[in-house]
Design a protein around this ligand. Structure first.
Ligand SMILES: Nc1ncnc2c1ncn2[C@@H]1O[C@H](COP(=O)(O)OP(=O)(O)OP(=O)(O)O)[C@@H](O)[C@H]1O
Length: 281
């Protein structure tokens, strides 16, 4: 579905370094990382909205630049900022977008509009942030796209809206030939629906793996201050000290076994824990 190989892009104060990952058909991949890590830049490169310095991107096995039109016909794209003409109504805007897609399905679009309780005659500028996102999603899902790419689709949305959107994405993925790639800061959303997680930090991929494998690999260790010393401290990925003790992240099973069992607590981390300790070290 999507294959990035050794992608590089340099801005004045930022560098995207050797980004590589694959997304297979039938899966949802979440793209996480702190602010400024390079998520939007990567998505813009995938969509050929900015030029790469080196590397390659294949979508459906085709080069994303050479076959741009062909590839984009089959992508549903949801961007984090509204790119609509604010003075138009939903219907007018849809009439501009629809002819670009040979497989546009008016019936599906109408179903989504109804499902999202949107009024076709509402002007875009009168829509709330959540409603605009629902409209964006309706457009992205109404032309039989095989790959849905979204940049922070759930940011700024309340939990009810978010859950609705996640349910719809989950429905889309029931067709095993479709895939979804989306960036987010809301790691709990990914814990619910993602199959794979790609984690980017400071322009570099930290990991790209099945979610279950990630959650099985890492552990949070909690213990009193007396356990932490200069030798073992450096073996943790990240450490957070409090007045009474410490919490730390590790992916080293042997190391955990060596720590005295009766003095530590071993817990499974959330994706947010993994992100926090990896970024803060
Ligand atoms: N056109 C540009 N010119 C110069 N620098 C840029 C440009 N676009 C992005 N950057 C820089 O690249 C870095 C990565 O930005 P990017 O938007 O990809 O991060 P992000 O992971 O999407 O962050 P966020 O989670 O805050 O949206 C930032 O330091 C940003 O300032």
């Amino acid at each position: 579905m999507l294959k990035l190989q050794n992608l590089n892009k340099e801005f004045k104060n930022f560098k995207l370094k050797n980004i590589s990952f694959n997304l297979e058909p039938g899966y949802i991949m979440g793209f996480i990382g702190p602010n400024g890590a390079g998520k939007t830049t990567t998505i813009k490169l995938i969509m050929n909205l900015i030029k790469m310095d080196s590397g390659s991107i294949e979508i459906f096995g085709l080069d994303n630049k050479k076959f741009e039109r062909k590839v984009k016909e089959r992508i549903g794209f949801v961007y984090d900022e509204s790119y609509f003409y604010e003075d138009l109504t939903i219907k007018q805007m849809k009439n501009i977008v629809a002819p670009f897609y040979s497989k546009w399905d008016e019936k599906v679009f109408k179903e989504y509009i109804k499902k999202f309780s949107l009024d076709e005659n509402s002007k875009i500028k009168t829509l709330s942030k959540g409603m605009k996102m629902k409209f964006s999603l309706s457009l992205a899902l109404s032309h039989n796209a095989d790959l849905i790419i979204m940049d922070e689709p759930t940011s700024g949305l309340d939990p009810v809206f978010r859950r609705e959107i996640l349910d719809i994405l989950y429905d889309v993925i029931q067709d095993e030939n479709k895939s979804i790639f989306f960036s987010t800061h809301i790691t709990t959303d990914l814990e619910k629906i993602a199959d794979y997680i790609t984690f980017i930090n400071d322009g570099e991929i930290v990991f790209t793996k099945p979610k279950d494998e990630i959650l099985e690999t890492y552990r949070i260790i909690k213990g009193g201050k007396e356990i932490l010393n200069s030798n073992n401290r450096i073996k943790f990925i990240g450490v957070r000290e409090t007045t009474v003790g410490f919490e730390a992240l590790t992916d080293n099973e042997d190391f955990i076994k060596k720590l005295s069992k009766d003095k530590i607590l071993v817990e499974k981390p959330s994706l947010e824990d993994i992100m926090f300790y990896t970024v803060r070290r």
